[in-house]
Design a protein. Structure first.
Length: 273
Protein backbone atom coordinates (compact mmCIF):
# COMPACT_ATOMS: atom_id res chain seq x y z
CA UNK A 1 0.00 0.00 0.00
CA UNK A 2 1.47 3.33 -0.96
CA UNK A 3 1.34 6.51 1.05
CA UNK A 4 -1.44 7.96 -1.11
CA UNK A 5 -3.78 5.10 -0.04
CA UNK A 6 -2.79 5.37 3.66
CA UNK A 7 -3.58 9.06 3.96
CA UNK A 8 -7.31 8.82 3.13
CA UNK A 9 -7.68 5.81 5.45
CA UNK A 10 -6.08 7.68 8.38
CA UNK A 11 -8.24 10.71 7.71
CA UNK A 12 -11.32 8.50 7.64
CA UNK A 13 -10.43 6.92 10.99
CA UNK A 14 -9.84 10.35 12.48
CA UNK A 15 -13.19 11.57 11.18
CA UNK A 16 -14.96 8.55 12.69
CA UNK A 17 -13.27 9.15 16.02
CA UNK A 18 -14.33 12.79 15.99
CA UNK A 19 -17.89 11.86 15.10
CA UNK A 20 -17.95 9.31 17.92
CA UNK A 21 -16.66 11.89 20.38
CA UNK A 22 -19.34 14.35 19.26
CA UNK A 23 -22.07 11.72 19.68
CA UNK A 24 -20.73 10.77 23.10
CA UNK A 25 -20.69 14.43 24.14
CA UNK A 26 -24.23 14.93 22.92
CA UNK A 27 -25.35 11.81 24.78
CA UNK A 28 -23.65 13.03 27.96
CA UNK A 29 -25.38 16.40 27.67
CA UNK A 30 -28.71 14.67 27.13
CA UNK A 31 -28.18 12.60 30.27
CA UNK A 32 -27.10 15.68 32.20
CA UNK A 33 -30.30 17.47 31.18
CA UNK A 34 -32.54 14.45 31.82
CA UNK A 35 -35.40 15.57 34.11
CA UNK A 36 -35.82 12.03 35.43
CA UNK A 37 -32.15 11.72 36.40
CA UNK A 38 -32.15 15.21 37.92
CA UNK A 39 -35.14 14.34 40.09
CA UNK A 40 -33.52 11.06 41.13
CA UNK A 41 -30.35 12.85 42.23
CA UNK A 42 -32.36 15.51 44.08
CA UNK A 43 -34.27 12.76 45.91
CA UNK A 44 -30.96 11.19 46.80
CA UNK A 45 -29.68 14.51 48.17
CA UNK A 46 -32.81 14.69 50.31
CA UNK A 47 -31.82 11.55 52.22
CA UNK A 48 -28.09 12.26 52.38
CA UNK A 49 -26.68 13.87 55.54
CA UNK A 50 -26.25 17.64 55.47
CA UNK A 51 -28.16 20.51 53.89
CA UNK A 52 -30.11 19.23 50.88
CA UNK A 53 -30.35 22.83 49.63
CA UNK A 54 -26.58 23.33 49.63
CA UNK A 55 -25.80 25.34 46.52
CA UNK A 56 -28.36 28.12 46.85
CA UNK A 57 -27.09 31.68 47.47
CA UNK A 58 -27.86 31.47 51.19
CA UNK A 59 -25.59 28.46 51.69
CA UNK A 60 -22.64 29.76 49.65
CA UNK A 61 -22.02 33.14 51.25
CA UNK A 62 -19.35 32.08 53.72
CA UNK A 63 -15.59 31.71 53.51
CA UNK A 64 -15.14 28.02 54.31
CA UNK A 65 -13.56 25.71 51.73
CA UNK A 66 -16.77 23.82 50.98
CA UNK A 67 -18.58 27.08 50.29
CA UNK A 68 -15.78 28.29 48.01
CA UNK A 69 -15.82 25.04 46.05
CA UNK A 70 -19.62 25.19 45.93
CA UNK A 71 -19.44 28.66 44.40
CA UNK A 72 -17.01 27.29 41.81
CA UNK A 73 -19.40 24.45 40.92
CA UNK A 74 -22.29 26.86 40.56
CA UNK A 75 -20.11 29.24 38.54
CA UNK A 76 -19.09 26.51 36.09
CA UNK A 77 -22.63 25.26 35.58
CA UNK A 78 -24.29 28.67 35.68
CA UNK A 79 -28.01 28.64 36.30
CA UNK A 80 -28.49 25.46 34.27
CA UNK A 81 -29.98 22.59 36.25
CA UNK A 82 -28.17 19.34 35.59
CA UNK A 83 -27.18 15.95 36.97
CA UNK A 84 -23.50 16.90 37.09
CA UNK A 85 -24.27 20.02 39.09
CA UNK A 86 -26.47 18.13 41.55
CA UNK A 87 -23.92 15.35 42.01
CA UNK A 88 -21.14 17.86 42.65
CA UNK A 89 -23.18 19.82 45.18
CA UNK A 90 -24.39 16.57 46.76
CA UNK A 91 -20.82 15.49 47.39
CA UNK A 92 -20.02 18.86 48.96
CA UNK A 93 -23.20 18.63 51.03
CA UNK A 94 -22.04 15.35 52.57
CA UNK A 95 -18.51 16.62 53.10
CA UNK A 96 -19.78 19.72 54.88
CA UNK A 97 -21.98 17.62 57.15
CA UNK A 98 -18.96 15.46 58.07
CA UNK A 99 -16.95 18.57 58.94
CA UNK A 100 -19.77 19.90 61.10
CA UNK A 101 -20.20 16.56 62.88
CA UNK A 102 -16.59 16.64 63.97
CA UNK A 103 -16.72 20.29 64.97
CA UNK A 104 -14.97 21.72 61.93
CA UNK A 105 -17.96 23.19 60.14
CA UNK A 106 -20.44 25.84 61.21
CA UNK A 107 -21.45 26.27 64.79
CA UNK A 108 -18.02 26.05 66.40
CA UNK A 109 -18.29 29.45 68.13
CA UNK A 110 -20.59 30.46 70.97
CA UNK A 111 -22.79 33.34 69.87
CA UNK A 112 -25.28 35.50 71.76
CA UNK A 113 -28.34 36.09 69.61
CA UNK A 114 -30.64 39.04 70.22
CA UNK A 115 -34.10 39.62 68.77
CA UNK A 116 -35.95 42.88 69.36
CA UNK A 117 -39.17 44.29 68.02
CA UNK A 118 -41.74 47.00 68.68
CA UNK A 119 -44.93 46.28 70.60
CA UNK A 120 -48.21 47.24 68.87
CA UNK A 121 -46.30 48.76 65.97
CA UNK A 122 -48.36 47.13 63.21
CA UNK A 123 -51.66 48.30 64.68
CA UNK A 124 -50.38 51.87 64.98
CA UNK A 125 -48.90 51.72 61.48
CA UNK A 126 -52.28 50.95 59.92
CA UNK A 127 -53.59 54.24 61.25
CA UNK A 128 -50.46 56.31 60.69
CA UNK A 129 -49.82 55.58 57.01
CA UNK A 130 -46.67 54.63 55.11
CA UNK A 131 -44.88 57.99 55.23
CA UNK A 132 -45.18 58.28 59.01
CA UNK A 133 -44.22 54.63 59.46
CA UNK A 134 -41.01 55.10 57.46
CA UNK A 135 -40.15 58.25 59.39
CA UNK A 136 -40.63 56.55 62.75
CA UNK A 137 -38.67 53.45 61.68
CA UNK A 138 -35.71 55.67 60.83
CA UNK A 139 -35.88 57.26 64.28
CA UNK A 140 -36.18 53.84 65.89
CA UNK A 141 -33.12 52.64 63.97
CA UNK A 142 -31.16 55.69 65.12
CA UNK A 143 -32.19 54.92 68.71
CA UNK A 144 -31.52 51.21 69.03
CA UNK A 145 -28.85 50.28 66.49
CA UNK A 146 -25.94 52.40 67.86
CA UNK A 147 -26.05 50.74 71.32
CA UNK A 148 -25.68 47.40 69.53
CA UNK A 149 -22.85 48.28 67.17
CA UNK A 150 -20.98 50.34 69.79
CA UNK A 151 -20.70 47.17 71.87
CA UNK A 152 -19.38 45.06 68.98
CA UNK A 153 -22.75 43.66 68.01
CA UNK A 154 -23.33 42.70 64.38
CA UNK A 155 -26.74 43.54 62.95
CA UNK A 156 -27.57 40.32 61.11
CA UNK A 157 -30.84 41.55 59.65
CA UNK A 158 -33.53 44.18 60.04
CA UNK A 159 -36.96 42.62 60.38
CA UNK A 160 -39.33 45.47 59.60
CA UNK A 161 -39.96 46.73 63.12
CA UNK A 162 -37.31 44.46 64.63
CA UNK A 163 -33.64 43.52 64.70
CA UNK A 164 -31.58 40.37 64.85
CA UNK A 165 -28.13 41.04 66.31
CA UNK A 166 -25.21 38.72 67.13
CA UNK A 167 -22.66 39.27 69.90
CA UNK A 168 -19.60 37.43 71.13
CA UNK A 169 -19.83 38.84 74.67
CA UNK A 170 -22.94 38.06 76.78
CA UNK A 171 -22.52 41.10 79.06
CA UNK A 172 -22.16 43.42 76.07
CA UNK A 173 -25.28 41.95 74.50
CA UNK A 174 -27.43 42.54 77.57
CA UNK A 175 -26.01 46.03 78.14
CA UNK A 176 -26.75 46.93 74.53
CA UNK A 177 -30.36 45.81 74.80
CA UNK A 178 -30.90 47.69 78.06
CA UNK A 179 -29.45 50.87 76.55
CA UNK A 180 -31.50 50.44 73.36
CA UNK A 181 -34.66 50.14 75.46
CA UNK A 182 -33.78 53.31 77.37
CA UNK A 183 -33.09 55.30 74.20
CA UNK A 184 -36.24 54.04 72.55
CA UNK A 185 -38.25 55.24 75.54
CA UNK A 186 -37.13 58.80 74.78
CA UNK A 187 -38.87 58.81 71.38
CA UNK A 188 -42.18 60.62 71.15
CA UNK A 189 -44.66 59.59 68.44
CA UNK A 190 -48.15 61.01 68.11
CA UNK A 191 -50.78 58.43 69.01
CA UNK A 192 -48.31 55.72 70.07
CA UNK A 193 -45.50 55.12 72.55
CA UNK A 194 -42.63 53.07 71.08
CA UNK A 195 -41.94 50.17 73.42
CA UNK A 196 -39.51 47.37 72.84
CA UNK A 197 -39.45 43.71 73.77
CA UNK A 198 -36.38 41.50 73.45
CA UNK A 199 -35.17 37.91 73.65
CA UNK A 200 -31.57 36.78 74.19
CA UNK A 201 -30.06 33.31 74.01
CA UNK A 202 -26.57 31.91 73.64
CA UNK A 203 -25.67 28.86 71.58
CA UNK A 204 -23.71 27.57 68.62
CA UNK A 205 -25.86 28.32 65.59
CA UNK A 206 -24.73 27.43 62.11
CA UNK A 207 -23.30 30.35 60.19
CA UNK A 208 -24.73 30.48 56.66
CA UNK A 209 -23.36 33.38 54.69
CA UNK A 210 -24.18 36.49 56.68
CA UNK A 211 -27.00 34.79 58.57
CA UNK A 212 -27.37 32.20 61.33
CA UNK A 213 -29.60 29.14 61.34
CA UNK A 214 -30.52 26.54 63.91
CA UNK A 215 -32.29 25.87 67.19
CA UNK A 216 -30.37 28.64 68.97
CA UNK A 217 -31.78 31.19 66.52
CA UNK A 218 -35.32 29.87 66.90
CA UNK A 219 -34.98 29.97 70.69
CA UNK A 220 -33.86 33.61 70.76
CA UNK A 221 -36.63 34.59 68.36
CA UNK A 222 -39.30 32.81 70.42
CA UNK A 223 -38.06 34.51 73.59
CA UNK A 224 -38.45 37.86 71.85
CA UNK A 225 -41.98 37.01 70.75
CA UNK A 226 -42.95 35.88 74.26
CA UNK A 227 -41.68 39.04 75.98
CA UNK A 228 -44.09 41.75 77.08
CA UNK A 229 -43.71 45.46 76.44
CA UNK A 230 -40.37 46.73 77.83
CA UNK A 231 -39.51 43.18 78.93
CA UNK A 232 -36.19 41.46 78.25
CA UNK A 233 -36.29 37.66 78.36
CA UNK A 234 -33.09 35.64 78.50
CA UNK A 235 -32.41 31.93 78.54
CA UNK A 236 -30.83 30.04 81.41
CA UNK A 237 -27.91 29.26 79.09
CA UNK A 238 -27.21 32.96 78.70
CA UNK A 239 -27.79 33.75 82.37
CA UNK A 240 -25.11 31.25 83.37
CA UNK A 241 -22.61 33.14 81.21
CA UNK A 242 -23.32 36.44 82.95
CA UNK A 243 -21.89 37.78 86.20
CA UNK A 244 -24.66 37.14 88.72
CA UNK A 245 -23.70 40.27 90.67
CA UNK A 246 -24.52 42.52 87.72
CA UNK A 247 -28.00 41.31 86.81
CA UNK A 248 -31.24 40.70 88.69
CA UNK A 249 -33.73 38.29 87.12
CA UNK A 250 -37.03 36.61 87.82
CA UNK A 251 -37.77 33.07 86.66
CA UNK A 252 -40.63 32.85 84.16
CA UNK A 253 -42.16 29.43 84.80
CA UNK A 254 -44.54 27.33 82.75
CA UNK A 255 -43.39 28.81 79.47
CA UNK A 256 -43.43 26.48 76.48
CA UNK A 257 -42.06 28.09 73.37
CA UNK A 258 -42.67 26.47 69.99
CA UNK A 259 -39.41 25.59 68.26
CA UNK A 260 -37.37 25.93 71.48
CA UNK A 261 -36.04 23.12 73.70
CA UNK A 262 -38.65 21.73 76.11
CA UNK A 263 -36.30 22.17 79.08
CA UNK A 264 -35.53 25.81 78.29
CA UNK A 265 -35.22 28.01 81.38
CA UNK A 266 -36.58 31.53 80.87
CA UNK A 267 -35.78 34.58 82.99
CA UNK A 268 -37.02 38.17 82.87
CA UNK A 269 -34.32 40.77 83.47
CA UNK A 270 -35.42 43.12 86.23
CA UNK A 271 -32.21 45.11 86.58
CA UNK A 272 -28.81 45.19 84.97
CA UNK A 273 -25.80 47.27 85.73
Amino acid sequence: MDSDDATPAAADRLARLRAGAVRAGERARELDRSPALQQAVKRLRGVLPGDAHFGDPLSLGGARHTEAVGRAVVGLTGDRPGVTRELGLGGLQVWQSVLERFGRGGGEHEVVLVFTDLVEFSRWGLRAGDDEVLRVLREVGDAWEPPMTERAGTVVKRLGDGLMVAFADPAAALAAVVEARRRLGELHVEGWSPRMRAGLHSGRPRRVGGDYLGVAVNTAARLGEAAKADEILISGDLLRRLDATTVTTRRRRRMRLKGAPADLEVYAVEASG
